[in-house]
Design a protein around this ligand. Structure first.
Ligand code: G6P
Length: 609
């Protein structure tokens, strides 16, 4: 949802900013731009479309300088166009601003500035910022004072950076709501929306707090809090490596991340499980409190909510806690009722999703405790929650979430088993068998990954379809939702997931010989019911693609295509089923020529409501 980068140092400004933008492209790719100070001259380049377009432009019109800011955009106010691309400038073109977030009072500010004689060229909310800074500089304030006065006028949420010809070799920055980090390498300083953008250069970083602002210069970083008091920089080592944020030998990051899942599981297992006990070293809640939780309200968005729906079943099954799920954007507005023993669980890969964060704040406002399942433990949600559980999926950059999803489900499973064990709910033998099965999951995932050729064949068939239906029940109803979400977001084929039992109450009307139906029917209690769904679809000429436990000859015979997963407990099947569904979406998107890591209109981290 827009990414910003800034750099002051002696390396090629163009390449540092371009590489930074490329690493932030997951945040948006409608347009990109750069503004660089060359001595006291400010020069700007902008291009519509992906960062590759800006790169082309820079080849023909290069930029030189030693301080600069850059931006990759996910359009909110104003269509993707060169005019609406950041950086935005004042009328003299000597101040440039890049911004991630929304200025909620921009219409009022714009009207005021127009009255003052300022001419606006774009439809964006961001353009008020350079004009405001200009206005205060014309009133006689220094660039620093003008920057602070500008911040005081801006309402909403933002991470922003500004440069001015009058403040040579200084980049101003501010954070309110949207993430921003400052980083340093060898006599060089950077700022960025996320850590991957600085990894090639930086060895230390500071995660700014809300309302902090300041500037970087060749000599260092100066940070102030919202009251204007100087803050001591809290440097932390950057532990990511270039390989962590690179696609390596894979064609797309999404595919790399799909293949990383067995390793992620091994990492989670190593941390969470010894011979008999489950551990949550980072969890701040004590066992007495966990045993007393009466109700859990899970709120999340997109894929994270689908993981939460599986987690709800685990909480009920293994921890005997009544649980419910809702989209964060709905939950926070429906005046949720809370009793003293209720816990709110937020689930988020990024920890920055505006709706989920707003849900956390809503819970806190109602004096409810919040536990968040997060991949990014330096995120805003990590700071604002009462306790957190780390997903340990490693950096996920592909817009379509894959390894974070399965890590969410696995950690929810462990959490439910952990609470269950505090309450002595699971008989020892049953518990031992389940833990043994969980330990076997990484190898079973590896086995599924080997079936990619079969999945490619199905993708070849799917690629020419316009509509698909995904069906699952109980543990795999959320798998159906997630399978459909993956397919539509990266291949643009319309896909809907339904609970198998609901099929006959409406969706069945959609089935024809041109509408494939994906039947998720692993071994377990609901398999027989899924066979009924298969028959319902088959008798309406739907093409059947089934996901089954290996050796299920009965369903194989009835299916046009099938994908097998290794035998496992029904409760664990969503963890395995996720893999072929991800690969099916991936190969279908590839067969349709789609840019898998940059699906149209989407962004990985959605920091606006
Ligand atoms: C966006 C992404 C999804 C993600 C959702 C929630 O829509 O494209 O992949 O599931 O945000 O993100 P979060 O970081 O909160 O898990």
């Amino acid at each position: 949802m827009c990414g910003i980068v800034g750099y002051i140092g002696s390396k090629s400004i163009e390449s540092v900013l371009l590489v930074g933008l490329q690493k932030l492209e997951y945040r948006g790719y409608d347009s990109a731009g750069m503004a660089v100070l060359n001595g006291d001259e400010l020069v700007t380049r902008k291009a519509v479309g992906k960062i590759a377009e800006l790169e082309k432009l820079l080849k023909s019109s290069p930029l030189i300088g030693n301080a600069g800011i850059a931006h990759t955009r996910w359009a909110t106010h104003g269509e993707p166009s060169t005019i609406n691309a950041h950086p935005h400038l004042n009328n003299q073109k000597d101040i440039a601003v890049v911004h991630n977030g929304i200025f909620e009072n921009y219409a009022k500010l714009r009207a005021e500035l127009v009255d003052d004689g300022y001419v606006f060229v774009s439809e964006t909310d961001t353009e008020v910022a350079p004009h405001l800074m200009d206005k205060y500089m014309h009133e006689g304030f220094s660039s620093e004072e003008a920057f602070v006065r500008m911040l005081k006028r801006l309402e909403g949420q933002y991470a922003l950076a500004a440069i001015s010809e009058k403040a040579e070799r200084k980049i101003f920055f501010a954070r309110k709501g949207s993430p921003l980090i400052i980083a340093r390498g060898n006599n060089e300083y950077l700022l960025a929306s996320d850590i991957p953008a600085v990894v090639p250069i930086a060895h230390e970083a500071i995660y700014l707090e809300n309302d902090q602002w300041g500037y970087i210069t060749p000599a260092g970083v100066t940070i102030f809090n919202g009251n204007g008091e100087k803050v001591e920089p809290a440097w932390q080592a950057v532990s990511l490596s270039v390989e962590d944020v690179d696609k390596g030998d894979f064609e797309y990051l999404m595919l790399k991340e799909i293949y990383e899942q067995p390793d992620v599981f091994e990492r989670v297992l190593k941390t969470r499980l010894d011979d008999t006990f489950i551990h949550f070293p980072e969890l701040k809640f004590n066992k007495d409190y966990l045993a007393r939780i009466g109700r859990i309200l899970i709120q999340a968005c997109g894929t994270s909510l689908n993981a939460g729906m599986i987690g709800r079943m685990y909480l009920e099954q293994f921890a005997h806690i009544s649980a419910e799920t809702d989209y964060s954007s709905e939950w926070r507005y429906r005046n949720p009722l809370a009793s003293g023993d209720s816990l709110v669980v937020g689930i988020s890969q990024s920890g920055e999703t505006a709706d989920t964060l707003a849900g956390v704040r809503e819970a806190k406002a109602k004096f409810m405790r919040v536990l968040s399942f997060l991949n990014n433990v330096n995120s805003t949600m990590a700071r604002e929650s009462d306790a957190l559980i780390e997903l340990m999926a490693g950096t996920e950059i592909g817009v379509a979430s894959t390894k974070a999803f399965t890590a969410q489900v696995l950690n929810l499973l462990f959490f439910s088993l952990y609470v269950g064990s505090i309450k002595w709910l699971l008989p020892a033998e049953e518990r031992r068998e389940l833990l043994d099965e969980i330990r076997a999951l990484p190898d079973k995932m590896r086995q599924i990954l080997k079936s990619h050729e079969r999945i490619k064949e199905i993708a070849e068939f799917l690629k020419d379809k316009n509509d698909t239906i995904f069906l699952g029940r109980t543990y795999n109803y959320p798998s159906a939702l997630e399978g459909a979400l993956k397919l539509k977001e990266i291949s643009y084929i319309h896909a809907s997931g339904y609970a198998g039992g609901e099929f006959k109450h409406g969706p069945l009307a959609l089935v024809s010989d041109n509408v494939p139906v994906v039947i998720i029917a692993p071994q377990g209690d609901i398999r027989a019911k899924m066979i009924s769904n298969l028959k319902e679809a088959q008798s309406r000429k739907g093409t059947i693609i089934s996901i089954i436990t290996e050796g299920d000859e009965e369903i194989k015979k009835e299916s046009d295509f099938y994908i097998e997963i290794p035998k496992c407990a029904e409760s664990l099947s969503p963890l395995l089923v996720a893999v072929p569904l991800q690969l099916l979406a991936y190969y279908t998107a590839i067969a349709r020529g789609c840019d898998v890591d940059r699906p149209r209109n989407l962004a990985k981290s959605v920091t606006v409501e």
